[in-house]
Ligand binder design. Structure first.
Ligand code: OGA
Ligand code: MN
Length: 216
C-alpha cells in the first residue's frame, strides 16, 4: 500500500522504552500514553483508511472460519496486516523492532519477529474475552495495541479490559489516540467493549517461533 499523497514530514524518533520495561517487569503489562505524536497517529490512520478504501481489509477470523455470524458476535473487527513496504506502517514496524531488541535485552525472551495488523471496529462491535496465545501455538509472547483515534469522548465506550490469570480486572483503558499498551500474551485474558463510534488501532505480537530440539 503506497500512499502517494502523504508527503507531509513525520518524525519517527528512536524511543526510550525504560518505563515500559519497568512496568512489564512489575505488573506484566505497560501503558504508554502519547507513545505516538499527533502527526504519527494521523499518518497511520490515513494509511489505514486508504487501505480500507482499496479493499485491503477483511473480517478478522477466530479459529475455523465457519459460523460467520456467530464469530462476528465474538470478534467484530476488520483487519489488514502491515507490510514492510507500507509508507507509514513500516515506520511503526521499525519502532516495534527496536522495542523487540529492548525486550530481548531486558528479559532474555528470544523474540524473533513482530507481526501487526490495522484494525477497525465499527460502532457496536466487540472482541469478547480471550487470550492471544492459542492453545496449539505458543509463538505469541507479548501483545501490543496502539490506538489511532483522533478524538475519543469519555462516553464513547470501546475500552480494553485486561484481566489477570485469576480473572481480576487490572485495567480498563479507553482507546485514546497515541496510547500503546503491552501485555503478556499467554496468561492475560482481555476484551474490547462496544463503542459508539468507529475504533481504530494497530494490534501486534512479538513472537518466538523457533523449534527447539532436546539433545538426547
Ligand atoms: C486483539 C485485541 C485489543 C484492543 O486484537 O487481539 O485484543 O484493545 N485487541 O483492540
Ligand atoms: Mn487480543
Amino acid at each position: 500500500m503506497h500512499e502517494s499523497q502523504s508527503n507531509q514530514r513525520v518524525d519517527w524518533p528512536v524511543l526510550d522504552f525504560a518505563n515500559a520495561i519497568e512496568e512489564l517487569a512489575t505488573q506484566h503489562y505497560a501503558v504508554l500514553p502519547n507513545f505516538l505524536s499527533d502527526a504519527q497517529q494521523d499518518a497511520l490512520r490515513r494509511e489505514l483508511v486508504a487501505c480500507q478504501q482499496q479493499g485491503l481489509f477483511h473480517a478478522a477470523g477466530i479459529g475455523r472460519g465457519q459460523h460467520h455470524n456467530l464469530n462476528r458476535q465474538i470478534r467484530g473487527d476488520s483487519i489488514c496486516w502491515l507490510e514492510d513496504d507500507f509508507n507509514t506502517g513500516r515506520h511503526y514496524l521499525a519502532q516495534m523492532d527496536t522495542l523487540r531488541h529492548t525486550l530481548n535485552a531486558s528479559f532474555y525472551l528470544g523474540l524473533q519477529s513482530f507481526e501487526a495488523h490495522y484494525a477497525h471496529y465499527q460502532a457496536g462491535s466487540v472482541y469478547q474475552r480471550h487470550v492471544d496465545r492459542h492453545r496449539d501455538n505458543d509463538a505469541r509472547v507479548i501483545s501490543s495495541v496502539c490506538y489511532l483515534n483522533a478524538d475519543w469522548p469519555a462516553d464513547a465506550g470501546g475500552e480494553l479490559q485486561l484481566f489477570n490469570a485469576h480473572d481480576e480486572l487490572l485495567l480498563r483503558l479507553p482507546p485514546l489516540g497515541g496510547t500503546l499498551v503491552l501485555f503478556m500474551s499467554a496468561d492475560m485474558p482481555h476484551e474490547v467493549l462496544a463503542s459508539t463510534q468507529s475504533r481504530y488501532s494497530i494490534a501486534g505480537w512479538f513472537r518466538r517461533d523457533e523449534m527447539t530440539y532436546a539433545l538426547v
